[in-house]
Every structure is written in C-alpha cells, then in structure tokens.
Design a protein. Structure first.
Length: 114
C-alpha cells in the first residue's frame, strides 16, 4: 500500500511563501503524473499543479507564475513551492496521482491571512 504524507503548511501573511512536501512510501516513478490538490472550506477538491515523470508541468490558471511543482523520483517526493500567496489560496493541500488517485493522505493546512 502506498502512503502519502504531506507537510509544510502553516499560517502566512498575504505575499508570503510556503514550501509543501509530499513523501510517498512507495516508488512514485510508477505514477506518470503526480499532482497537488487543494480543498477550501465548502468547496470541492481541485487540482492546482501537476508534473509528469519526465518533468512536464501544468498549473491552474490562478496559480501560474506563483506556484512551482517539482518531483524527485529517486527520493519519492513531490514538492510545491508557493510564492506570493493570497487569501484565496487558503485550503487543505493534498498530493496524489493524477488520473486514478490512490488513498488520500491527511493533507496540510495552508492559511493565508493578515
């Protein structure tokens, strides 16, 4: 069973930065496409960034130019660097495969507020 453990969230002021990490218990190389998702209160979970095993990335329009996703296939980690954070980025962030997902981790809370 592959387990996903997200970390790095916290409280940050608007304009600040956070770096989220996802540790995968098994090999992520078998997952062609890995992504970061988020779920704000009262809203559906949405995909904000994804990266293929070859490094091709894709971003939700609202985070383009501010978020950067990366993956280390050798270390089985996926990272999301978030800059210029806005209050509307407040959500619980999760990593998972894109396409067929596996069991979700507990997520990490990101709160952007002054």
């Amino acid at each position: 069973q592959v387990l996903l453990v997200e970390s790095g969230g916290g409280l940050v002021q608007p304009g600040g930065s956070l770096r989220l990490s996802c540790a995968v218990s098994g090999s992520i190389f078998r997952f062609n496409n890995m992504g970061w998702y988020r779920q704000a209160p009262g809203k559906q979970r949405e995909l904000v960034a994804s990266i293929t095993k070859n490094g091709y990335t894709n971003y939700k329009d609202s985070v383009k130019g501010r978020f950067t996703i990366s993956r280390d296939n050798a270390k089985n980690t996926v990272t999301l660097q978030m800059n210029l954070l806005k209050p509307e980025d407040t959500a619980v962030y999760y990593c998972n495969s894109v396409g067929p997902t596996i069991d979700w981790g507990q997520g990490t809370q990101v709160t952007v507020s002054s």
